[in-house]
Design a protein. Structure first.
Length: 318
């Protein structure tokens, strides 16, 4: 399989910088470009940090594009996750919540590269995810770091500061100094408390030019050799509570079929439908409170990453 020319350009951009932001539109192939750059740099092992709903998709992409490379998804209870983190592999795939929980163990590893997928999740410069990312950056000083985000600035351009700080701490050390230098702002009074409100950049074109040193962004419509429609399949694993309900109902159904008793077809069809409903969300069948449905989380992540673009969703079943 070969890359499109714009993807080749993206790979070269990532290879030419130790730390960089790839801010292409959703569906343009950011993960593929990052994987190819890692392979050509031979920057293994790599730590991939992403939303939990796309961990399996990352593993599938790795096996599809990089034959022979090994990938481990961190999942399960805490003891199992610790074993997985300490296993030998080319790619270790972990979500943001697990990154915070297992920070100490991750810092003991020797990663040659790190990927932050949906990196806008680091936007809160006072949050624990950002602090953990800073600790990883400091520990793995020589590692290549890719920040992937189809919405690098979301609705507010100032939210990109966390990525800039992780890329170049010396020049982007102070959040408020950067804000005062690059943005218009004003004071607002709320019940006697003065609050700073940040407006648009002082010079948007200059702002974009500065960002181009660290960030490559191509909009879907501007990528001329991209097919007009790019259909992607996302494989979503059941949560532990979701799988428990599914297995229980499935085993009960199989036991009924194996009993030898005559079971009307409508009942069998109804039970199959309920199994499919559990895969979508246990709440559909009024499962106990706290049972998670991962498909809904996956859809929300895709919508958030679409940046207002029209996307279609088709459930392919279980």
């Amino acid at each position: 399989m070969s890359l499109y020319q714009y993807q080749r350009d993206g790979v070269d951009f990532l290879k030419s910088r130790q730390r960089a932001i790839l801010g292409d539109d959703m569906g343009v192939g950011k993960s593929i470009q990052s994987l190819y750059a890692t392979e050509e740099l031979n920057a293994y092992p790599q730590l991939i940090i992403c939303p939990k709903t796309v961990k399996l998709s990352w593993k599938i992409e790795i096996h599809k594009w990089l034959k022979g490379r090994t990938a481990v998804i961190v999942d399960g209870d805490k003891r199992r996750r610790s074993v997985q983190i300490n296993s030998k592999c080319d790619f270790l795939i972990i979500n943001y919540e697990q990154m915070k929980i297992h920070e100490v163990e991750l810092l003991k590893k020797e990663f040659k590269s790190i990927v932050f997928d949906e990196a806008h999740k680091l936007k809160n410069h006072q949050g624990k995810s950002f602090r953990t990312a800073c600790h990883l950056r400091s520990k793995f000083k020589d590692a290549h770091i890719h920040f992937l985000s189809g919405t690098p600035m979301r609705n507010r351009p100032q939210e990109i500061w966390t990525m800039l700080h992780l890329i170049d701490k010396e020049n982007y050390n102070s959040y408020w100094r950067w804000i005062h230098t690059n943005f218009k702002w004003h004071n607002e009074n709320y019940n006697g408390i003065t609050v700073k409100k940040i407006d648009e950049p002082i010079d948007y074109e200059d702002f974009r030019k500065t960002l181009s040193t660290f960030m490559l962004r191509r909009e879907r419509d501007a990528v001329l050799d991209l097919p007009p429609l790019n259909e992607m399949e996302y494989f979503v694993e059941l949560s532990d509570s979701q799988r428990k309900i599914y297995n229980s109902m499935r085993d009960n159904m199989v036991a009924q079929l194996d009993s030898g008793n005559l079971i009307p077809a409508p009942i069998v069809i109804a039970q199959i439908t309920r199994l499919k409903q559990i895969c979508c969300s246990p709440s559909i069948i009024e499962a106990p409170y706290g049972c998670e449905g991962t498909k809904l989380d996956a859809v929300v992540d895709l919508i958030e990453a679409s940046q207002g673009k029209k996307i279609g969703y088709r459930d392919l079943g279980n």
